[in-house]
Design a protein around this ligand. Sequence first.
Ligand code: SAH
Length: 345
Amino acid sequence: MKADLKGMSLAETEAWVEAQGLPAYRAKQLRQWLFKGLVTSFKDMTNISKGLRGQLEAKARITHVVLERTQVSKDRTTKFLFKLEDGHFIETVLIPERGHFTLCISSQAGCAMGCRFCLTARQGLKRNLSAAEILDQVIHVKRSMSEPDRLTNIVFMGMGEPLANYNHVLRALDNLISEEGMNFSHRTVTLSTCGLVPQIRRLGKEARVNLAVSLNASDDDTRSYLMPVNRKYPLKRLIEALTEFPTLNRRMITFEYVLVRGVNDRDEDALQLAALLKGVRAKINLIALNPHPDLDLAPSSLERVLRFQEILIERHFTAMIRKSKGQDISAACGQLSGKCNALAF
Ligand code: SAH
């Protein structure tokens, strides 16, 4: 099998380069082309001789995702549908913010977690993405931008559960953040999880990244109803692991809470949430459910959302209401289905 250079660390690239009988500096040169030059093939590595390029091509590969379709929302949110080499589809969403862009990337094709409110769950897990496939979403989108440096923030909130694909995600994180990789600041990269406790603990030891947790309920019954993963890792264990999670520079853990009408949006739920997160360095993002005809759940009213926020603020929490972006092109949270045939243009 050919070496997949984009998914390798600097040390691995150096070892590989050495095994080919090449001088060590070639490793950095190759990574420069991949992560700064954003090339898709060895041919584009113009300061490498033709002979060596041929040699590299015979032994190594540069995995890249293939753009199938782009859709732009009224609010300028852009959704990219990519086809993987084995025919699976994934989606990546570029979100314009004030003065910069955030890219929401996928870590798996499909997802096995089965959250009741999420469309990706409907298709089940197809497979894990490789580190190269995760990184190439960023590389591809950067290449398409007129001002690529304005892409400053990355969130692992697309399709899939990143901590269920731990090793590949960690590799991708490493190449995203390392200086001689893509050089993103670890302050602007956020991994979002449904709450896989052992992996959260491991992540705390092995990576520097912001953590977001999809909480969505403040008692086990409601959470297990919305998120089956809660049966395996109930709230007590989850909160315990989060309390011990080493946050960077005392930064907060973000808690995402999708408000579902009549399920988790009562005053009592807000009060219980405040009690649950007491003592956790928590920032709470509230979002009314993005509805979809395939879902048997409805969003809370704006009035409910505001009241829920008020209760949390009264209890001294930072609680923000997130507006959905890209709803008109099914690019909002929980709407990514990677379905090529559902798109009409
Ligand atoms: N598996 C990871 C990342 C993907 S989900 C995780 O669970 O965090 C990204 C976010 O979208 C989660 O916070 C989830 O709660 C939210 N989400 C999923 N479906 C949604 C929907 N229909 N409306 C609003 N938010 C939704």
